[in-house]
Design a binder for this molecule. Structure first.
Ligand code: ADP
Ligand code: G6P
Length: 355
């Protein structure tokens, strides 16, 4: 790689389609770092930014170059690169990484307009979340770690129905139509980013119930790239072996359809990866400690930290299944990565870091 000066900000990219659990993931991640995060004080009430002691989360929708009307006039969706300013995204993420504050635009999700910018100071950890954190090669190269939330179409549909029908009063037909309308751009511009991710959380319908497509019981895979600096994949029982584990028995209560874990090596877009999979859901969250105690390399600071995090946020979506479990684990791995990078900088303060 290139030689670059060591700034003090590490940059994490989180990519997913909208409505796929990015904000839930962010809440789990910032909780591991000790603070939930709040919008900048005294600023625009419609700011998309969340700031805590260590971490600033910015939403890449703020780099829309076309507002809602502009997109309509040009006939492009928010997913289309032509609706986004990647030059500015690159400049500002680079500046923050180099320790320089920026005036970042705000895309107002309520009005659909671009609001006056807000001042963002360089944090210890900058998370850029949105539709395109790994789309532009220059931005991608600034990332110290990247995550892609890959929600399969069936599950995405089930979640959208839950939210847009129950909470927003949309019709089934209009939800179907809006998903279909987004799909070509999603396939062209969003989905391909997963090949670059260091970790992918893939969410699929369960295989424990034949023919199920309700999207309530989920099969979730945590796909972890091998050979990523400061990131050593989690494993089950025996690193590198292939394992299938049904933990239901004396120590874990499992009602129908039960729980099944799998673990093993695989290949993903030509990269070597380790994959941990959980199908099914927990009946009792406190019993998660039994599963936690069989996982290794989880980067916890004390016995039971995963279970504690999951219990603390039991009300977040996905807490009883692999989505919540793997989001929590990725949060712990990012804390570990951050601490390792800080330690390596502390031991070589004046040298350029080779990446
Ligand atoms: P985003 O920030 O990507 O738009 P959110 O985290 O706000 O997504 O989640 C959007 C909606 O998707 C939630 O309100 C919920 O209905 C559903 N959802 C998200 N994550 C999960 C999950 N793990 N399990 C079930 N539903 C989920
Ligand atoms: C944001 C979201 C997009 C969503 C858009 C709405 O940019 O990230 O996923 O599609 O808002 O755009 P619209 O043109 O429908 O207002």
């Amino acid at each position: 790689g290139e030689i670059r000066c060591s700034g003090d900000t590490i940059v994490i990219g989180l990519a997913a389609d909208s409505g796929c659990g990015k904000s839930t993931f962010m809440r789990r991640l910032t909780s591991v770092f000790g603070g939930a995060g709040e919008p900048p004080k005294g600023g625009n009430p419609d700011s998309n930014t969340l700031i805590s002691d260590t971490t600033t989360v910015i939403c890449l929708d703020d780099y829309h170059s076309l507002d809602r009307t502009g997109r309509k006039v040009e006939g492009v969706t928010a997913l289309d690169p032509r609706a986004n300013n990647f030059d500015l995204m690159y400049e500002q993420v680079k500046a923050l990484k180099d320790g320089i504050a920026v005036d970042k635009p705000i895309y107002n999700h309520v009005s659909g307009l671009l609001d006056p910018p807000e001042l963002i100071k360089p944090p210890k950890i900058l998370v850029i979340e949105g539709l395109h954190p790994m789309y532009d090669e220059r931005v991608r190269d600034l990332l110290d770690f990247s995550i892609y939330l890959d929600i399969s179409n069936d599950v995405k549909f089930a979640w959208k129905i839950q939210r847009d029908m129950a909470e927003r009063g949309h019709s089934l037909e209009s939800i179907k139509a809006s998903i279909e309308a987004r799909k070509p751009d999603f396939d062209a511009y969003i989905d391909p980013q997963k090949q670059y991710a260091d970790a992918v959380i893939e969410v699929l319908p369960t295989q424990l119930i034949p023919g199920d497509n309700e999207g309530k019981v989920l099969r979730v895979k945590l796909i972890m790239k091998e050979g990523v600096k400061y990131f050593s994949p989690v494993y089950l029982f025996d690193e590198g072996s292939t394992v299938s584990w049904i933990p239901c028995g004396r120590k874990l209560t499992c009602s129908y359809p039960g729980i099944k874990f799998s673990y093993g090596p695989d290949s993903y877009f030509g990269h070597e990866v380790s994959v941990l999979e959980m199908d099914g859901q927990f009946d009792r969250l406190d019993e998660l400690i039994y599963v936690e105690s069989h996982l290794s390399n989880i980067s916890t600071k004390f016995y039971g930290e995963i279970t504690q995090q999951m219990l603390k946020h039991a009300d977040f979506p996905g807490s009883n299944n692999g989505t919540g479990l793997f989001q929590t684990i990725v949060g712990l791995k990012i804390r570990d990565l951050f601490e390792q990078i800080m330690a390596s900088k502390a031991s070589a303060p004046l040298e350029a870091t080779k990446t």
